[in-house]
Design a binder for this molecule. Structure first.
Ligand code: ADP
Length: 215
């Protein structure tokens, strides 16, 4: 089973994808995480990627696919993949269709104001990638509750960069939602209740679609 998560920036798709991947033994493939790893490398590519993601722009469709294909080759013994952060353009959606069969597209419908607060307050553990929010979570000394290391903030999680990412999302990623709607595999999940309520709604979409995936 392969699942795509589409949502505005900082809407919580990483959190939902993380929970789903554990319950269904799916590999959580976050292109943002892949690119952030690349951006730490002291190479021309690393520097270029860092500049693009720090500005809130998209890396090229060709580069993201090269990285994606390399990653997929390393995976075995998983029930499938959760694509978190890809496709972000129509061209990426067409390329992904050629690569793998997608069973579900989950669109998290989150209002801009809510996503903005999640972005601006977001801090992340550099070791386990768990995210916290300075507005909503109880964080001791700015340290990860599990790893006890200092939490870090993404360069693109400022209000200005968020606005730019959101505009890019409207222009380039929103059309991808219509693309999957026409294919009949789009499921809209409203931002109602806690992250656990939202997760239950996602699970019921998937369980309804295929009894084999019931846990
Ligand atoms: P968010 O959903 O919070 O905006 P992600 O972690 O998914 O963040 O992505 C962070 C950044 O990585 C994006 O703003 C973009 O610069 C880059 N990126 C991630 N996925 C893609 C992709 N599929 N195509 C192009 N750029 C991407």
């Amino acid at each position: 089973m392969n699942v795509i998560f589409i949502a505005p920036p900082a809407a919580g798709k990483g959190t939902q994808a993380g929970m789903l991947s554990k319950d269904y033994n799916l590999y959580h493939l976050s292109t943002g995480d892949v690119l952030r790893e690349v951006s730490k490398m002291d190479t021309d590519l690393g520097k270029k990627v860092k500049e693009i993601i720090d500005n809130g722009d998209l890396v090229s469709d060709e580069l993201i696919f090269e990285l994606l294909e390399d990653k997929i080759k390393t995976l075995d013994s998983v029930n499938g993949i959760i694509f978190d952060g890809i496709p972000r353009t129509i061209k990426q959606a067409i390329m992904l269709d050629k690569l793998i069969k997608i069973d579900y597209v989950i669109y998290l419908d989150v209002e801009k104001e809510v996503a903005m607060k999640r972005a601006v307050g977001r801090v992340m553990c550099p070791v386990c990638y768990n995210t916290y929010n300075t507005y909503f979570d109880n964080i001791d000394d700015n340290k990860c509750n599990t790893c006890k290391v200092e939490l870090s903030k993404r360069e693109d999680d400022t209000e200005e960069k968020f606005n730019h990412r959101f505009d890019t999302y409207l222009l380039r990623t929103k059309p991808v939602i219509d693309y999957y709607n026409e294919k009949g595999i789009l499921h809209i999940i409203k931002n109602i209740g806690t992250k656990y309520d939202i997760y239950e709604n996602i699970k019921s979409v998937i369980n309804k679609g295929n009894n084999l995936w019931l846990t």
